[in-house]
Design a protein around this ligand. Structure first.
Ligand code: AMP
Length: 210
């Protein structure tokens, strides 16, 4: 099953992707995590992406499409995948279609902007494996340390309030049109994001299976 998780930054796509990929036994592919890794390793894609990411802008389509194409060609993605944070523009969605990738469903996790700005200040990410946490809704067992790999858990530079506002603006301008794009293809299902992660997971799994 090939799925896309769509939603504003901070709507909980990444957290839900981590839950659902275990249930369905398919990889969750986060272009944001891949780009952060590329920046950390100083690769060509990372160098091209860093300034855009720090400002909260989208990385140019050709950079992201290139890394996504290579990733979905890997063995573990043969039986399906969840795309978390891709596509983010209509051009990226069209590129996916021209690669011949069939998408079964697009799950939109809908959270109002006001709730997102309030939530983002508590969001944390693991420097090692990229797992996501929240100081209130999904704390680590040991403060500041990733449950999965033991590396340090930090706040992302692009989760600062002023950058979050700019990321939300970009979402509404460039990414939200994908709702119409996939609705026109009969693929879009909207899940209302709840405060409790488990509640959203129940709704998300029901939307996938329904
Ligand atoms: P995320 O972790 O999904 O919030 O992504 C973090 C940042 O990576 C975004 O603010 C963008 O700068 C960049 N990024 C991730 N995925 C994409 C994409 N599909 N297209 C363009 N930029 C992306």
């Amino acid at each position: 099953m090939n799925l896309i998780f769509l939603g504003a930054p901070g709507a909980g796509k990444g957290t839900q992707a981590e839950v659902v990929c275990k249930e369905l036994n398919i990889p969750a592919i986060s272009t944001g995590n891949m780009l952060r890794e590329a920046v950390k390793n100083g690769t060509k894609a990372g160098l091209a992406a860093k300034e855009f990411m720090d400002r909260g802008d989208l990385v140019p389509d050709e950079v992201v499409i290139g890394i996504l194409k290579d990733r979905i060609a890997e063995d573990d993605a043969k039986n399906g995948f969840i795309l978390d944070g891709f596509p983010r523009t209509v051009a990226q969605a069209e590129a996916l279609e021209s690669m011949g990738v069939n998408i079964d469903k697009v799950i939109e996790i809908n959270v109002p902007d006001e709730a997102i700005t309030a939530r983002m200040s508590g969001r944390r990410v693991c420097e090692g494996c990229g797992n996501s946490y929240h100081i209130e809704y999904k704390p680590t067992k040991v403060e500041g340390i990733c449950d999965a790999c033991g590396a340090k858990v930090v706040q992302r530079i692009d989760d600062k309030p002023e950058t979050v506002i700019s990321r939300l603006k970009t979402y509404h301008e460039k990414t939200a049109p994908l709702k119409d794009f996939y609705a026109a293809r009969g693929k879009l299902v909207t899940v209302e994001g709840q405060d409790k992660i488990e509640e959203t997971s129940k709704l998300t799994l029901a939307a996938i299976k329904g």
